[in-house]
Design a protein around this ligand. Structure first.
Ligand SMILES: Cc1ncc(COP(=O)(O)O)c(C=O)c1O
Length: 472
């Protein structure tokens, strides 16, 4: 595999050249070649997870790199954390790792207790119910369904379903399949399954060729930086977006495509690290309430501590921040929290075979212990300040390469002039031992683990400062 890792880029281009020059080798005619030359281009490199530790990812050639991307923001407390390794060595935990149950029908005897130790111990304000899933997309997909079912039962006012509803739902027609919609924001990312994709608007390549719903899409604020200098403009920009949200709700009601729910990320992540003020979210939450729409906060990427609070929406300071909240990534398991009134009124309505995985839940309970024991939320706040201060300093020294430095906790980012320069900076950084990720069309995002500390920030800033000084 070492050799393969080393040679893969050359191998792919060689195969492509061969494909171009030979009829028999056309990718379409050769499934292996087709897979290798297209989808596999997403592969950055092969890794040695046994040797990786903490914030350092090791590749198959033994290169040890400071990982500021952490598996697309999904490693909570670093690679091979001793506390997690210990869990696997305890004999009483083995059966949880070996036997993956169909949780919806045959949960293990202690499952409710385990949920209290893990997910329910960090439940967002007002959201006492939780259901686990396997990934971010299926969490959002089922959160949508939960909101639609809640809305319909609110409209009916009783639990009696008509014969017509039962018959029409079988042929995808109203009234059984009501023409409800989910309002989302331009630049948002909520996953790649069909429903989620209809609410995703970050990159065309994710959506191309897939049929979709006519659901309303509101603009998301495009803030100007530094925030202190553009207070008035940013306020106006946020007001414009909120006005559009209300207009769309009214317009879609008239079209008979009632907006049953609104989905939003506290920080648009895949779409380019787009922030809005806490005030924007407070007002958005009020609009949802005023129009009777379910309010779904997607914390798949922002949840789990990386903004300095366990949930990013806690920064908004609301008593009733959400009706439903989805999570995955750093939480080890997908799933969503919801209010009691959003509970499905019959079995199998929110259901799949696995409904998550108790072994991930076991790991999460220990992750939460480590976060508390090692005071990692404060660590994130502190290290994030060091990182952002360093980025602002680099921005002042290299304004032609870095702009709009921004962030909350270690969830930081900056813009580069364009996609080509961004990708080149990421490639150079990797050769110098730092793994970075991009977001949107020109941003570089920081998604380190929660054990990223001040000295890791300094290490990165020193390396990156040299890269910028030499950049041609
Ligand atoms: C905010 C947000 N929602 C949903 C998803 C989808 O999660 P998954 O890739 O696990 O399906 C992502 C993935 O990056 C995300 O960032």
């Amino acid at each position: 595999s070492k050799t393969f890792n080393l040679l893969m880029p050359q191998l792919i281009s060689l195969l492509k050249e061969l494909a171009a020059s030979s009829q028999e080798m056309l990718p379409e005619a050769n499934p292996f070649l087709s897979c290798l030359s297209k989808n596999a281009e997403a592969v950055h490199f092969f890794c040695n997870y046994e040797e990786s530790r903490g914030n350092y990812l090791v590749d198959v050639d033994g290169n040890r790199m400071l990982d500021l991307y952490s598996q697309i923001s999904s490693i909570p407390i670093g690679y091979n954390h001793p506390a997690l390794l210990k869990l696997l060595q305890q004999p009483q935990n083995l059966s949880t790792f070996v036997n993956r149950p169909a949780l919806g029908i045959l949960p293990p005897e202690n499952f409710a207790e385990r949920l209290k130790e893990s997910l329910l111990s960090v439940a967002p304000k007002g959201l006492s119910q939780v259901i686990t899933m396997s990934c971010g997309s299926c969490s959002n997909e089922n959160a949508f369904k939960t909101i639609f079912m809640w809305y319909r039962s609110k409209e009916r006012g009783h639990n009696n379903v008509t014969k017509e509803e039962l018959e029409t739902c079988m042929i995808n027609q109203p009234p059984g399949c009501p023409e409800y919609s989910m309002l989302s924001f331009m630049g948002g990312f909520h996953g790649r399954t069909m429903g989620c994709l209809a609410a995703t608007h970050s990159k065309a390549i994710h959506k191309l060729d897939i049929p979709s719903f006519d659901w309303p899409i509101a603009p998301f604020p495009r803030l100007k930086y530094p925030l202190e200098e553009f207070g008035k403009e940013n306020e106006q920009e946020e007001a414009r977006c909120l006005e559009e949200v209300e207009d769309l709700i009214v317009k879609y009601r008239k079209k008979k495509k009632v907006v049953a729910g609104i989905i939003v990320e506290p920080i648009q992540s895949e779409g380019g690290d787009n922030h809005a003020s806490d005030d924007f979210f407070r007002k958005l939450r009020n609009i949802a309430r005023k129009h009777g729409c379910g309010f779904l906060v997607d914390e798949v990427q922002t949840g789990g501590g990386c903004t300095g609070k366990f949930w990013a929406h806690e920064h908004w300071g609301l008593d009733d921040p959400a009706d439903v909240l989805s999570f995955s990534k750093k939480m080890m398991t997908g799933g969503f929290f919801h209010k009691e009134e959003f509970r499905a009124n019959a079995p199998y309505r929110i259901f799949n075979t696995w409904l998550g995985d108790p072994s991930k839940n076991l790991l999460l309970a220990e992750v939460i212990n480590v976060i508390k024991r090692e005071d990692l939320l404060n660590n994130v706040t502190h290290a994030g300040k060091v990182l952002l201060a360093g980025l602002l300093d680099l921005q002042s020294r290299y304004p032609h390469l870095i702009s709009r430095a921004r962030g909350r906790g270690t969830f930081c980012s900056f813009d580069t002039p364009n996609d080509a320069i961004r990708n080149k900076l990421i490639a150079i950084a990797r050769n110098k031992g730092v793994v970075l990720g991009g977001s949107g069309d020109r941003s570089i995002r920081f998604r380190p683990t929660l054990v990223f500390r001040d000295h890791h920030a300094h290490l990165f800033l020193n390396i990156f400062s040299d890269i910028l000084a030499d950049f041609k």
